[in-house]
Design a protein around this ligand. Structure first.
Ligand SMILES: NC(=O)c1ccc[n+]([C@@H]2O[C@H](COP(=O)([O-])OP(=O)(O)OC[C@H]3O[C@@H](n4cnc5c(N)ncnc54)[C@H](OP(=O)(O)O)[C@@H]3O)[C@@H](O)[C@H]2O)c1
Length: 239
């Protein structure tokens, strides 16, 4: 049994890789990142794979190698995403929107995960499996009362739409695989750090907590109701 975590140097990605390792001790956990991922002690069934997760050729090439070796993945989680970095800050008002920032949000939050969804379709077993992308509640079109954060919201909403669209095709081509868009809650990481001031302490989760919640959630899924848009409490979020 194999598990794949993409973006494993991030706070949530790293915690999910470790939690997968605990929950499925018989599995090999492939932790993919642009950087080498630290583990608790060099376990043989924890494999750190360093590749440019944004580069379609690199992604397709590595997955083709996996396929050649008859590898399949029972659980896949793509955790990559940005809210702010050297290039973007979440927009507060219309005047803050720039084409460059929108493109950057979409490149990392939308296009990157979909490259993996695309190239993974032939790599799932003929028993129940899951493919999760880290989405966000603010990507819900229906639930958008606050506004702002144009690029982040829109890139997560687009990711949800692409996953929902892929689920139609997965039903034919990977029919045992549940697709999940997961909202982890507000989690203590460098991504949320500038926005934690108004978050009540009990609502600021550790990466370990949300990783445990996700791993419990994927174990309960049934493919009949795929795709899912769920929060950390296993509650559905309106698309
Ligand atoms: N923290 C929260 O409160 C919160 C709330 C809702 C949703 N989320 C979502 O949860 C996911 C993980 O967030 P986090 O809090 O763990 O953030 P984080 O610690 O900043 O991790 C960010 C992840 O995104 C990847 N990444 C960042 N910039 C990238 C770039 N330019 N190119 C390719 N990959 C890039 C990193 O992958 P590498 O391993 O390759 O470096 C890393 O795995 C994100 O999708 C985020 O939108 C988080």
């Amino acid at each position: 049994m194999n598990v794949l975590v993409i973006g494993s140097s991030g706070a949530i990605g790293n915690a999910i890789a470790r939690q997968m390792y605990k929950a499925f001790p018989q599995a090999t956990v492939y932790a993919v990142s642009r950087k080498a991922t630290e583990t608790d002690g060099g376990q043989a069934n924890f494999k750190s794979i360093q590749l440019d997760t944004t580069d379609e050729q690199a992604v397709a090439g590595w997955l083709a190698e996996c396929k050649q070796q008859d590898m399949q993945f029972h659980h896949v989680v793509c955790t990559t995403g940005i809210l702010h970095d050297g290039e973007v800050q979440p927009e507060k008002r219309l005047e803050d929107i720039t084409p460059e920032a929108l493109q950057h949000y979409f490149a990392i939050n939308t296009v990157l995960p979909m490259l993996w969804v695309k190239h993974l379709v032939g790599l799932f077993p003929s028993e129940h499996s899951t493919l999760t992308v880290l989405s966000a509640r603010v990507g819900s079109i229906e639930d958008n009362g606050l506004g702002g954060w144009y690029g982040y919201r829109a890139s997560k909403a687009a990711l949800n739409m692409l996953v929902k669209t892929a689920a139609v095709e997965y039903k034919r081509r990977a029919k045992h695989t549940s697709l999940i868009c997961y909202h982890p809650g507000t989690v203590d990481s460098q991504l949320s750090e500038p926005f934690q001031r108004n978050v009540k302490p009990e609502k600021l989760f550790t990466p370990e907590f949300t990783a445990q919640q996700l791993v419990a959630i994927i174990q309960q899924r049934k493919v009949d109701h795929s795709p899912y848009f769920l929060d950390w409490d296993n509650k559905p979020i309106p698309w």
